[in-house]
Design a protein around this ligand. Structure first.
Ligand code: ATP
Length: 448
């Protein structure tokens, strides 16, 4: 049944004033058109866990596109909508004066920078799956059924906004009870069959909140796990990307492996204590500045690239392309993964050779690859070499350059590059440590 608890107090204490004011505007607009409207998804869950939720997903029992158009008419911003699906996205324009005035009236000290960029408004609907893993067929319905199509009970709670109903908790499917017990539970026995990515989501929510996957849900997962094989690479990668930005990334990956889900993504994927400690080192510390990481993509995105490289380093070379394909990894990432693999094999093969030969294996590797290799090669001579190359040797150049060589009579040819490499290697191996010594070596190379 419906829980008639009112969450107004929680909303007021957890949300920044600008967000609260915005919800009040929506509340009024919906009330004027006699439309029941609810915030759904993570919002109620996070509210009850006392954490502010960032997304605002609203479900309207009625025409969501029409309501969104109305809001934009009154308060500016832009609407992107799909009449056919009953979905609208309202992109706010914080510079709109009507919006500013209305928000100020609700809450004079509202800090507009706390506004979301956009709000999703969706007409309540039910989804039917004609066959497993296919896209659902969508039909208009009540909020109750809309909530039933969701992944887990803790995500089925809704908070009503319109008029006097503001703050009412709608809990048809036992969400609050499971939230209190700390359980991740599917709503029906075919849930994972309808959408196998929910198995990955179950692990993510379980580990994020320190919850437990409920026993029957776990059993359903064991039965359904092979269906992950049929899920598209994009959807799998999307779920993994979501895991890689979570604080509990290591326990999530460990749980995926323990539940046998990782091997369903690809049997050659590995997870072990070494990887766990590499991931911890990667995600707990900032990227070391001495590697000269570039300013973009963002620090987090570069860490995610490092994470993929680390994860795939223990994979045998002959499985690598298959996994890259399976996860639809982007070209530049897949190139870096290959680079790291090749470099790592070479580092190992040349481990008894002089430093200049070892570093030649690293030539051309960007900081993301070098840092991944450094994390991977713990407590080895290779690790020192990688670090020295990244912070020092990468910048070592002989005093001699190509122009000088041509003036000395060396024809424009690959020979010039070879000579420069030889001089550089001499600096790195310590056979040369001054300009005079470099000159002597150059004479020796040229004239024997
Ligand atoms: P997060 O805090 O990670 O954003 P969220 O609960 O807001 O969590 P979203 O991925 O933004 O998660 O999805 C919003 C809501 O849509 C979820 O709460 C859930 O009810 C529903 N949902 C998302 N993905 C699925 C899915 N694969 N199957 C069923 N319901 C889903």
């Amino acid at each position: 049944g419906v829980e008639h608890r009112n969450l107004s107090e929680e909303i007021t204490s957890v949300l920044p004033p600008a967000r609260l004011a915005l919800l009040r505007l929506i509340s009024r607009a919906a009330q004027n058109r006699q439309l029941p409207i609810f915030v759904v998804g993570g919002f109620a869950r996070d509210l009850l866990l006392n954490v502010p939720s960032f997304d605002l997903d609203c479900v309207v029992e009625g025409d969501a596109v029409d309501l969104a158009d109305n809001l934009a008419d009154a308060y500016g911003g832009r609407i992107t909508s799909h009449q056919k699906f009953g979905t609208a996205k309202w992109r706010l324009n914080p510079k709109n004066t009507a919006l500013q005035a209305a928000l100020a009236e609700e809450s004079p000290d509202a800090d507009l920078s706390a506004l979301p960029d956009s709000i999703d408004l969706i007409s309540s609907r039910t989804e039917f799956y004609e066959k497993p893993s296919a896209l659902p067929i969508v039909q208009k319905s009540s909020i109750k059924l809309d909530l039933h199509r969701r992944d887990f009970t803790i995500n089925t709670m809704a908070v009503r906004l319109d008029g006097n109903h503001f703050g009412e908790l709608y809990d048809y499917w036992g969400g609050l009870s499971d939230l209190k017990k700390g359980l991740i539970r599917v709503l029906h026995s075919l849930s994972f069959v309808d959408d196998p990515t929910r198995m990955l989501r179950a692990v993510r929510f379980e580990q994020r909140f320190g919850f437990t996957i409920e026993e029957r849900t776990l059993r359903l997962m064991r039965q359904a796990k092979t269906l992950l094989k049929d899920v598209s690479g994009e959807r799998i990668r999307h779920e993994i990307d979501l895991i890689l930005v979570e604080k509990q990334v290591v326990s999530m990956m460990t749980r995926l492996a323990d539940l046998g889900l990782m091997e369903q993504i690809h049997p050659a994927l590995r997870w072990n204590d070494d990887l766990a400690s590499q991931f911890m080192e990667l995600f707990d510390l900032p990227l070391p500045r001495k590697y000269d990481f570039s300013g973009h993509p963002s620090e987090m995105e570069q860490k995610i690239q490092v994470a993929y490289i680390l994860w795939l380093l223990p994979v045998f070379s002959n499985n690598l392309q298959e996994i890259i394909q399976r996860l639809r990894l982007k070209n530049n990432l897949s190139h870096m993964i290959q680079q790291a693999h090749d470099a790592n094999i070479e580092l190992d093969r040349r481990r008894k050779e002089p430093d200049s030969r070892l570093i030649a294996a690293l030539q051309g590797c960007p900081p993301v690859v070098l840092y991944a290799l450094w994390l991977h090669n713990k407590l080895t001579h290779q690790r020192n070499i990688i670090e020295k190359y990244a912070v020092q040797w990468r910048h070592v150049k002989p005093r001699t350059d190509g122009k000088k060589l041509m003036k000395m009579g060396v024809p424009a040819s690959p020979r010039i590059g070879e000579i420069l490499d030889e001089l550089r290697a001499a600096w790195i191996d310590g056979r040369v440590s001054s300009e005079a010594e470099e000159e002597a070596l150059l004479q020796h190379i040229l004239h024997g």
